[in-house]
Design a protein around this ligand. Structure first.
Ligand code: GDP
Ligand code: MG
Length: 441
């Protein structure tokens, strides 16, 4: 499967040092083959590979991750991006009832979806109604009625015994009934064929024209593989649609269809169906689908953990330095710039008990001041930054001239630095931070 292929490809990268161009190219070739084998459409594969390659080549070598993890992270991020990033919500009409029409091949899961959506919408406080416009198969209306009963919503259907009705007429009358009975959402179930054919598409187009839906959802079986592209293209060019619903994700679908449909039609995937029961339904989560396509949930978790551990290490190292009184001016500048980025959090910090003095310091963190601090510190030699005690009068004059400030500014900064170092040391002792030497610092 795609997942297996990718796993083995990316496993090969593990343990190597730096990621070279050759590494990236070889990996890209393998991923390309794997995606094609998983029924992802060729143009989609091309776009995807190009993006991944570009990003892998331009990426800074991460300190937290090894090259293999880095590539996996990029592949995953690009997959999420193609699958749609954030999930889009249903478009509802300003003046109810909103009309949602379901279209797709026979057996895709439209009628089942009608029940699922109805139940889900009810749970959100809506009052949906179903309209049975599949008059093609004898039991299609009954099936929708059963589903409606389970979901606890009414079903509008043609009266039995009148022969085969006109689906367009039923759709129109259904909307009228919804208005009369004040349902705020109407779900229109339609007929499908095993393959795309003109009559079926004509009917869908006529229903769409008659009911002017706010959404046309293209319902597609995730198991149909390569055919997903052709079917989606036919529906896009025929009745047209505004969103996609993937069904049968409880099967062993490899996810290639999701990627193709999304990229080829440009329409977002809104929902995912994953079982026969009405509850087996959720809004579509691009991140979960990406992780399913990659089949590397464990590795993605590892990556997250590695990054978090790295951040924690950095923070601890900084705290250690602060607490041990070994803070240099370089660290000082870095801390100030970090605080500057934190903004409101810096204010919060100032409210901590025992951080009263720090509050005053934080209040002085205006931009111009920080720029000056930065200029002064940059005007120092590495030795001076490392050990500010050596900054005597002549050095202060040189630094002031070099960075375009007054000697008193340099004095201020150096004095404040020593104060801050003492204070941090004391605070570290009080809060029991690592590296602390107790209240005396
Ligand atoms: P329609 O022809 O598009 O209306 O499709 P149906 O709603 O009648 O579904 C066709 C078959 O697929 C039925 O047996 C459903 O129970 C089944 N089905 C629908 N959605 C799912 C799903 O998400 N998972 C599974 N396993 N079966 C589903
Ligand atoms: Mg049906």
């Amino acid at each position: 499967t795609l997942s297996d292929r990718l796993t083995s490809v990316l496993n090969n990268l593990r343990g190597k040092g730096r990621l070279s161009d050759a590494d990236i190219d070889a990996t890209a070739r393998e991923i390309r083959v794997a995606l094609l084998e998983a029924d992802v459409a060729l143009p989609v594969v091309r776009t995807f590979i190009a993006k991944v390659k570009e990003r892998a080549k331009g990426a800074e070598v991460s300190q937290a991750l090894n090259p293999a993890q880095q590539v996996v992270k990029i592949v995953n991020e690009e997959l999420v991006a193609i699958l749609g990033g954030e999930t889009r919500r249903l478009n509802l009409a300003k003046n109810p009832p909103s009309v949602i029409m379901l279209a797709g091949l026979q057996g895709a899961g439209k009628t089942t979806l009608a029940g699922k959506l109805a139940k889900w919408l009810r749970g959100q406080g809506h009052t949906p109604m179903l309209v049975a416009c599949d008059l093609q198969r004898p039991n299609a209306v009954t099936q929708l009625q059963v589903v409606g009963e389970r979901a606890g919503v009414p079903v509008f259907a043609p009266e039995p015994g009148n022969g085969v009705g006109d689906p367009v007429d039923v759709a129109r009358r259904g909307i009228e009934e919804a208005k009369r009975a004040q349902h705020d959402i109407v779900l229109v179930d339609t007929a499908g064929r095993l393959g795309v054919d003109e009559e079926m598409m004509r009917q869908a187009i006529d229903i769409r024209a008659a009911v002017q839906p706010d959404e046309v959802l293209f319902v597609v079986d995730a198991m149909i593989g390569q055919d997903a592209v052709n079917t989606a293209t036919a529906f896009r060019d025929g009745v047209g649609f505004t969103g996609v619903v993937l069904t049968k994700l409880d099967g062993d679908a490899r996810g290639g269809a999701a990627l193709s449909v999304r990229e080829v039609t440009g329409q977002p995937i809104l929902f995912a169906s994953n079982g026969e029961k009405l509850e087996d339904f959720d809004v579509f989560h691009p991140d979960r689908m990406a992780s399913r396509i990659l089949g590397m949930g464990d590795m993605l978790t590892l990556i997250e953990q590695a990054e978090q551990a790295f951040d924690a290490e950095q923070a601890e190292a900084a705290a250690m330095k602060m607490g041990s009184g070994q803070l240099t001016l370089e660290d000082f500048l870095e801390q100030m710039l970090t605080l500057r980025k934190m903004g409101p959090i810096a204010n919060l910090l100032g409210m901590l008990p025992g951080a009263g003095q720090m509050k005053d310091q934080l209040a002085n963190l205006d931009e111009k001041h920080l720029d000056r601090v930065q200029a002064i510190i940059r005007g120092m030699t590495p030795a001076e930054r490392e050990d500010p005690k050596i900054i005597n009068a002549s050095r202060r004059l040189r630094i002031a001239n070099g960075s375009g400030v007054r000697v008193s500014d340099v004095n201020d900064l150096v004095n404040r630095f020593f104060e801050a170092r003492k204070m941090m040391s004391q605070m570290a002792g009080r809060f029991g931070l690592p590296g602390a030497r107790g209240p005396k610092g």
